[in-house]
Design a binder for this molecule. Structure first.
Ligand code: PEP
Ligand code: MN
Length: 263
C-alpha cells in the first residue's frame, strides 16, 4: 500500500495550519519532552511566531536508562492540549505502547512512533486503528525496505495518513549522535507516495549542527521537518545537547524560508 506503483499520486496530509506532501512542506517543532506548562507554552508560542505549523513534545519518553526522566505521562498530554488551545498548533506526541494508544490519541493530532519502537508491530497496528495520522521514525538500524514494511503495518489497518521520518542511523562515525541518511529522502520518494520528513536533531545530537542537516534534508526534497527546541536547552531533562535555543530556531527558520519562499 505504501508503493508508488499502487498509488502513483503523492499522499498529502492536511492540517488547519498547513499541509505536507505533494510539494507542500511543514515544520513541527518544540521540546524533546514536555516538562512544564510554562516551558511548553513558551516554546509553542515562539515556534508558531517563527513559522512552525505543528508543535512537538513528548509526554511518554522512551529513555535508554530506566532511571532517566520518563516524561510527565497524561499530565504532559494535558499540557500539550493547553498549548494547542493557546496557539492553534496541532500536536504530535509519542506513544510507546499499544495499551496507551487510545489515551494518547484522545489528546494528540498526530501519533509519533519512535525509532526504538519502529518494529513494534502491535504498536504499529494499534496506531493504525486509532484514526490519527502517524509520524513514524526510522529505526536506527533499519533498512529502507524494513522501514516501508513498518509503515505497511499502519496502512494495512486502513490508515493511509503516515509520515516517514529519517532521524539518523547507526554507522561507524561517532562525531554525530547518528548519521543522517539524506539519501533516504530521494530513495523513499522513488518508492512511496507517503510524505518523507527529516529529524535533524536526533541525527546531529548537537544543536550547532542541526540547521545544516535541516537545510540538507529540505534541499534533498523532504516534505517536512521535526526539530527539537527548548526555551532553556541547557536545563532540559532529555536531549539537552541537541535542542535549539530560541535564537538558533529563529535563525534556522529564516534560512529555511530563504530556501523555500513558499513556506
Ligand atoms: C524524540 O523524538 O524525542 C525521540 C525519542 O526520537 P527518536 O525516536 O527518533 O529517537
Ligand atoms: Mn528527543
Amino acid at each position: 500500500l505504501a508503493s508508488l506503483e499502487v498509488s502513483p499520486r503523492p499522499t498529502v496530509l492536511r492540517f488547519p495550519t498547513g499541509a505536507t506532501g505533494g510539494g507542500e512542506v511543514m515544520v513541527a517543532a518544540g521540546p524533546c519532552g514536555v516538562e512544564s506548562l510554562e516551558q511548553t507554552l513558551t516554546a509553542a508560542r515562539y515556534v508558531k511566531q517563527h513559522g512552525a505549523q505543528m508543535l512537538r513534545g513528548g509526554a511518554f519518553k522512551p529513555r535508554t536508562s530506566p532511571y532517566s526522566f520518563q516524561g510527565l505521562g497524561e499530565a504532559g498530554l494535558e499540557i500539550l492540549a493547553q498549548a494547542r488551545q493557546a496557539t492553534g498548533l496541532p500536536v504530535v506526541t509519542e506513544v510507546v505502547s499499544p495499551e496507551q494508544v487510545d489515551l494518547v490519541a484522545a489528546y494528540a493530532d498526530v501519533l509519533q512512533i519512535g525509532a526504538r519502537n519502529a518494529q513494534n508491530f502491535a504498536l504499529l497496528q494499534a496506531a493504525g486503528q486509532s484514526g490519527r495520522p502517524v509520524l513514524l521514525k526510522r529505526g536506527m538500524s533499519m533498512t529502507l525496505e524494513e522501514f516501508l514494511m513498518s509503515a505497511e503495518y499502519v496502512l494495512a489497518q486502513g490508515n493511509m495518513r503516515v509520515i516517514l521520518v529519517e532521524r539518523g542511523i547507526r554507522t561507524f562515525e561517532r562525531s554525530t549522535r547518528f548519521t543522517l541518511d539524506v539519501s533516504a529522502v530521494p530513495v523513499l520518494k522513488s518508492l512511496t507516495h507517503l510524505p518523507v520528513w527529516i529529524d535533524p536533531s536526533h541525527a546531529a545530537g548537537k544543536r550547532d549542527w542541526v540547521t545544516a542537516l535541516a537545510l540538507a534534508g529540505l534541499a534533498a526534497g523532504a516534505d517536512g521537518l521535526i526539530v527539537e527546541t527548548h526555551p532553556e536547552p541547557e536545563k532540559a531533562q532529555s536531549d539537552a545537547a541537541q535542542q535549539l535555543n530560541e535564537a538558533q530556531f529563529t535563525e534556522m527558520m529564516s534560512r529555511i524560508k530563504a530556501l523555500l519562499p513558499a513556506l
